[in-house]
Design a protein around this ligand. Structure first.
Ligand code: SAM
Length: 277
């Protein structure tokens, strides 16, 4: 199968709680959430996640290539092809958890520099790398960089034509809240697209992927970035994220219509799509 080979699925609502995989009630009655394989308070998770991305920011782009064997580029290109941004002025998008800018750069370039974008991330270190890269690529005039939380977007209702988030949502403590915010800031007819690591659907690939994730990636992190621990978190957080169908149901509950998803590379990654109807 080609790396980009994909199958599209449509939403089928589940009765059970899709977040049961990574949320529970803490002993004191407050919500607990997963930080990798550990259970932490929702308030605590964001600080731990922020530490990870402060540590990896400067090495983030090179590690992405190493961890995914360059596949993240193929998946990101497929996401932009699905979005198909119009080549006309006035179209606005927000790329949430945009980090070092990969998705936003691709959107602006695909729109022939007509689109105007907001790269939003909670982490100033990731955004600083993104800003520097935007300047080098001559894209800075088309983008603004905003440090803020996906759970509380500092924008008015109906501000954007598209909302994208790539490899970001599993890091957000309250995913339902982030999805509701996505719906709020989109205009009617606006597109929601989320690219995220997902559940591998092929048994042999699953075992290979498991071995690489738990043995290869943290070791590469140690060798290249000088610290394996952040990469251990990244690998564990992928396993705790809801499976494709369950995540689609969450998107539907946030108010989106026509929710579908497409598996990439046998489900290593999946692109979820929804519309504000
Ligand atoms: N989207 C980029 C890409 O695909 O290369 C970066 C993805 S990186 C794996 C995850 C990003 O999510 C980090 O930059 C991190 O700071 C950001 N993030 C984590 N929690 C967030 C939150 N609550 N709100 C906004 N961004 C968040």
């Amino acid at each position: 199968m080609l790396p980009t080979a994909s199958i599209m699925y449509e939403i089928e609502l589940q009765e059970h709680d899709p977040m049961s995989k990574n949320r529970a009630t803490a002993a004191d009655g407050s919500m607990a959430t997963s930080y990798g394989f550990s259970s932490v308070g929702e308030g605590e998770k964001q600080g731990l996640v922020n530490d990870v991305f402060h540590k990896v920011a400067k090495r983030y782009d090179i590690m992405n290539d190493v961890m995914s064997g360059g596949m993240h580029r193929v998946w990101k290109d497929a996401m932009i092809a699905a979005l198909n941004p119009p080549k006309k002025p006035g179209w606005r998008f927000i790329d949430v958890a945009g980090g070092t800018g990969d998705i936003a750069f691709r959107i602006v370039e695909a729109s022939r520099k007509e689109a105007l974008g907001t790269v939003l991330d909670i982490n100033g270190s990731m955004l600083a790398v993104g800003q520097e890269r935007a300047e080098k690529r001559g894209l800075a005039a088309h983008l603004e960089f905003v440090e803020a939380n996906a759970e509380e977007l500092p924008f008015e209702d109906k501000s954007f034509d598209a909302y994208t988030i790539a490899f970001g949502i599993r890091n957000v403590p309250d995913i339902d809240k982030a999805l509701r915010e996505a719906h709020r800031v989109l205009r009617r007819g606006g597109r929601f697209l989320c690219l995220e690591f997902s559940e591998v659907q092929m048994p042999i690939l699953d075992r290979l992927y498991e071995a690489w994730s738990f043995h290869g990636i943290p070791k590469m992190g140690q060798a290249i970035a000088g610290d394996g621990e952040p990469y251990q978190y990244l690998v564990e957080s992928i396993r705790k994220f809801p499976r494709q169908q369950d995540f689609a149901a969450m998107i539907g509950r946030a108010g989106f219509g026509r929710v579908t998803w497409t598996d990439y590379t046998g489900g290593v990654a999946a692109l979820h799509s929804g519309w504000k109807l």
